[in-house]
Design a protein around this ligand. Sequence first.
Ligand SMILES: [Ca+2]
Ligand SMILES: [Ca+2]
Ligand SMILES: [Ca+2]
Length: 228
Amino acid sequence: MKKFAFLLLTAAALMAGSAQAVTVRGTGTESLVGHDLTDPENDAHGNDYTNYNAVFRSSIEPYYDGEGAFNVFDNFVGGGNDKWCCDANGWVEADFGDKRYQLTSFTASSANDAPERDSDKWQILGSNDGLHYTVIFSYDRDGVSPWAMRYQVNEYTARVDYALPAAYSIFRYQTFSTIGDGLHQLGELEFFGKELAEETNDVPEPGSLALLGLGLLAGAGMARRKRA
Ligand SMILES: [Ca+2]
Ligand SMILES: [Ca+2]
Ligand SMILES: [Ca+2]
């Protein structure tokens, strides 16, 4: 009987674990992947808004100083201004302008504060207009942190942890709930993806290949107008 009970517990633990697959890369800044889409050169250290390849927005605390939201893109996992803390639930997003990416993987890291400030319900969403958003990844485990340790870097991979999404120009982290139902913290986000052409947003269909020449001509015209 004891063995049977143990097996049941193990099965339950495995099922709970499989509901949210994740790769734990380690802890601290050195465990980040680095060179993500927001800063391929990995040279945007600090709080100076420079050397980024994306525009950042957030629903609350849209800045770096004072533990603002943009610290989730500052290439550091740590305390103080290395993290976003400690307002209510909200969102932060990176806008890549006319570039669209299929999100092939991303990382999300915990920070230094109490685990009660970790989100237990959050999503990664994609958009091409800043109005309509599609859910790419969802975490929803009431009272359970995605991170077992402080400064932990979790990596989520398409086709393993979530379905490969369409291409988007905007990627948003949205938190809906924290473990303590109060203040929220997040250490760092990294987005990785494959760039797709804006016009096609996917592999061209056979029937549209004949129109590619026209599309190239139209594209050249656009390029001239942009320079003028
Ligand atoms: Ca850069
Ligand atoms: Ca980065
Ligand atoms: Ca950070």
